[in-house]
Structures are given as C-alpha cells and as structure tokens.
Design a protein around this ligand. Structure first.
Ligand code: ADP
Length: 488
C-alpha cells in the first residue's frame, strides 16, 4: 500500500513500499551458547523462541543458560584471562579489536537487517545509527589498547579480570559493543548476556569473533532470561558487573554485589527533560523533540520523554509538533520509509498502553497521530499529553515508549527545578540561542549528558551515564575505559 507523507511545503508525497531485502541474511534455526569459541548446547536443553515483533513470527530459537552453563562460561573466561589475554601486549589486543571492527563493518548490512527483524527498530536507524556506532566503538577502543599508560599516566592501569555484562533490548548490538570493546581493550575477558528478546545480533557477533581468531574464552556469550543474568551477577569468580537495564533490576544487582569484591557500573532508567526556550530555533527544536522521544519508538533510556516549553512559544511548538507527528510513518521496520517501527514485545506494548490509560485517567489531554498502524505485530502511535503537571504518573515514571508529556514554564529557575524533580538523571536537552544560558543549565541540570540544540547524539569518545536512580559509572570515552581498569 502506498503511504502518504507531507512535505515541508505542505504537498503530499506518495511512497511505495521500500522494504530492505532479507535474502543476504543467514540465521540458524536454533542457537546454542557461545563458550570458548564453541557452540555449546545448554545443560538444561531448554530453548526459547525469539520473535519478530512486527509480525509475531518466530525467527529462531535461543538457548536458555542456567547456573551450570554460566559457570562453564566464567571458567572459560578466567582461563583465557590467566593464560592468554592478560599476557598479550596491548598492541596485539588492539589488532584483534580492529579486526572485529572491520569484520562487523563488512557484515553491517546483514547485522542491520537482523537488528530490525529481532528488535523492531526501523532499518534506517539500525543501518545508519546502531551498527555504524557499534563498529566505531570497536575502532575507538582498539586505538586505546596499547596506550593505557598514556590514557592514565602515573596510575599503573591493570585489567580487573573477568567481566560479567548484562544488556537490554533497545540497542542490542550497540550495547554489546559498548560493553565488550572497552573490556577487551583494557585486558579483561568477558561473559555477556544479551536481552531475551534480542539475542540475535550478539550471536552474529559471536560468529564474527570466532572467525576473527580471537583466542577461545576471551568473549563468551550466554543467552537466557533474568535468571541467567542473576547467575552471572552472583558468580563468585566475576570481578566486574556492567549492567544496562531497568532501575528495578539495577537495585537487585546492587544489593547482590554489596560486600563482594565486584566492581559495578549500572546504566539504568531515565525520564529526561527536553527544554525549549522562546529564543530557540523552533523548527529544529521540533525535529529534536521528535528525535528525542519518537526515535526508536521511545525505546531509549535517555529519551526526551518530558518536554518543557517556555509558555510564550508553547502554542507554536505544540502546533508544529502535532503537524510533524502526522507525517511520521509507523509500520514495517524493514521499510526504508518507516520512522517508527515495532514495539519490542507484547509486554512492553501492554506497559505503554497502561501508562497511556493512566495519563488519560489522571486528567492529561491526549493527542495521537492519525496514521494507520499494521493489524499484526506490536505497534503504538506517537502520543503526546498536554496539561501535564509534575505529580502526574506519566511525568514521573519511565514509560519506554513513544509517549511525550508536555509542561510549560516561565523562568529559568522554574524549569531547572522542574527538570531536576525526578528520581532519574540520565540526560537532558536545552534549546536556546544563548550560549550563556546553555552553560548555566549544563551545570545545574542533574543529568549525565546534556545536549545543546540537539538530542540523542552519540559518539564513542563521549562518556554516557547517569545521576541518582539512573545509575553510576560511565561508558564511552576514557571514562568507559577506566571503568575496566584497576587504577592506583
Ligand atoms: P528492561 O525493562 O529494559 O527489559 P531489564 O532490567 O528487565 O530491563 O532487563 C535488562 C537485562 O537484565 C536483560 O538482559 C535481562 O534478562 C536481565 N535481567 C533481568 N532480571 C535480572 C536479574 N534479576 N539479574 C540480572 N539480570 C537480569
């Protein structure tokens, strides 16, 4: 069916379907665990299906690792650490990382398609953002592997040992790269668990790792549900836990590692503020709002889910935003015209719909775009709420979907106070023409990242992480490297 999209001039363009081909994608019917560079059946013999959330079909079956399997993976990682990886020079470690990065680049089209099929994100995002950034993380940290003494002069940097890494479903391959690349560059070995709904690109990465000739046991990938993650967290021979996911699970992990020798970094939830002042470039700001909350279906921990607009431009911003929302396509993630793909799972769609219902019940005014959505699969129209106050549940709790709550403000002090009035502190956006105002807000907003006149921009060189219940520790840049080192 041809789709309609309105041009900035107001004329309508018709788009024919433009699906990305899947013919070059090679997927197994069933995936075992990746331990010691071998594919190992889970000791429980249990497997679970991974679905394409856009059409609810089973793509593949994934092994469900239990305590015994996790123990096997940790032993493999320990042996590789002691016998091989910690003895290699930084330059040699760097060569492996460069090789993995190049191989990922060569397979980037296949990885992007698999990411969109398994995760539901539009192919434009997996192709142009997730996969290139994942490769760039390997390239970036490859460059540091032989320069640790320069990165941390006089600090005598030493690896920690075996890192247990647990990642979520919103940026599957990118999160795997964020975790594996700095760990290996610093000289650690890893046991990584992808999220249960999005294991496929991590398993494709395992194939690349095997093909790259990385010594066995340096990277082990164990798939499974929360119990598999808990087995990693509680394994006594793990030296570092790096977790990205919900604040609830982050708190469980924090309690489990309390009193142990394990170093921890937690990147948790968010309820980030996107702040528009009256002197902002309004059209760009509207794009920034769309990018901040509707990008990746709102499945972004730093999504700009709370919009604060200065009162005298609120009417204009909301009008333009509603107009822009009408031109967003919701549909097949593999279609190159799609702006908003599928919600990752039925559970997550139910959660989003529950929050939309709460928003209405608590008296906020809802607006959703009128676009058609597919009858099969898990989809949600871009949604905004106006008339929201600080006490509304939708302004306080993380929804993790394309749902925006809008509040207005009059003064700088008022918006700083409102923006900081949340248990979270992951990111924020500030839109204004005044440099001095940007500097004022970046120092006063309690957020790990503050974007100025842009939103959701990532780079391997920039550290990322939170304040308060958004977690602690940083990933990316030198900070992310330091998190995998003992520094004197
Ligand atoms: P989300 O709400 O984004 O799915 P979760 O925190 O539930 O976030 O999941 C993030 C990752 O944590 C997933 O890989 C999941 O399997 C894992 N996980 C879930 N529960 C636990 C737990 N108790 N201990 C360790 N890992 C867990």
């Amino acid at each position: 069916m041809a789709k309609k999209k309105e041009s900035p001039q107001g004329t309508e363009w018709n788009y024919s379907p433009s699906p990305e081909s899947t013919t070059h994608v090679k997927l197994e019917k069933r995936y075992a665990l990746f331990i010691n560079n071998e594919w190992v059946a889970p000791s429980s013999k249990a497997y679970f299906p991974t679905l394409n959330p856009a059409n609810e079909t089973v793509i593949s079956e994934i092994a469900w690792a239990n305590d015994k399997d996790v123990d096997k993976a940790v032993r493999a990682a320990r042996k590789a650490y002691q016998e091989v990886w910690s003895k290699l020079s930084g330059a040699e470690r760097g060569k492996y990382l460069f090789r993995i990065a190049r191989m990922m680049q060569e397979k980037s089209r296949e990885l992007a398609v698999i990411e969109s099929m398994d995760c539901g994100k539009p192919i434009r995002e997996s192709r142009d953002i997730d996969i290139p950034l994942a490769c760039n993380h390997f390239f970036y940290y490859a460059g540091w592997a032989d320069k640790l003494e320069y990165a941390f002069p006089t600090k005598n940097p030493k690896p920690l040992g075996v890192a247990g890494q647990i990642i979520p479903w919103n940026f599957p391959l990118l999160m795997a790269a964020w975790k594996i690349a700095p760990a290996l560059a610093a000289g650690n070995t890893v046991v990584l668990k992808p999220a249960e709904t999005t294991s496929l690109t991590a398993l494709k990465l395992a194939e690349i790792i095997k093909e790259s000739g990385l010594p066995p046991g340096v990277v082990n990938i164990v798939t499974g549900h929360g119990d598999t993650g808990a087995a990693i967290v509680n394994h006594p021979d793990i030296d570092k836990i790096a977790f990205t996911g919900s604040t609830n699970v982050g708190k469980i992990i924090q309690r489990s590692v309390a009193g142990t020798h394990k170093k921890t970094t937690l990147e948790l939830g968010g309820k980030s503020a996107n702040i528009i002042f009256d002197d902002a470039p309004i059209d760009q700001a509207v794009e920034g709002i769309v990018n901040g909350i509707f990008f990746n279906q709102g499945h972004v921990c730093c999504a700009g889910s709370r919009l604060f607009v200065q009162e005298n431009v609120a009417e204009e911003v909301i009008r333009k935003l509603k107009h822009r929302m009408e031109s967003l396509y919701v549909g097949d993630p593999l279609d190159k015209n799609t702006d908003i793909g599928a919600i990752n799972s039925k559970e997550q769609l139910d959660t989003i719909n529950r929050y939309i219902k709460i928003g209405i019940e608590e008296g906020a005014e809802i607006h959703q775009s009128q676009c058609a959505i597919p009858s099969q699969g898990f989809f949600c129209r871009p949604t905004l709420f106006i008339g929201v106050s600080q006490s509304h549940t939708i302004a306080q709790e993380e929804i993790f979907g394309p749902v925006l709550s809008i509040q207005t403000f009059r003064t700088v002090d008022e918006v700083i106070q409102k923006a900081n009035n949340t248990p979270y502190g992951l990111a924020a956006g500030v839109w204004t023409d005044k440099g001095s105002r940007i500097f004022n807000l970046t120092t006063q907003l309690k957020a790990g990242v503050v974007w100025a006149n842009t939103y959701n921009k990532f780079d391997p060189v920039s550290p990322f992480g939170g304040y308060k219940e958004s977690g602690f520790g940083r990933e990316g840049g030198l900070h992310g490297l330091g998190a995998y080192l003992k520094l004197s």
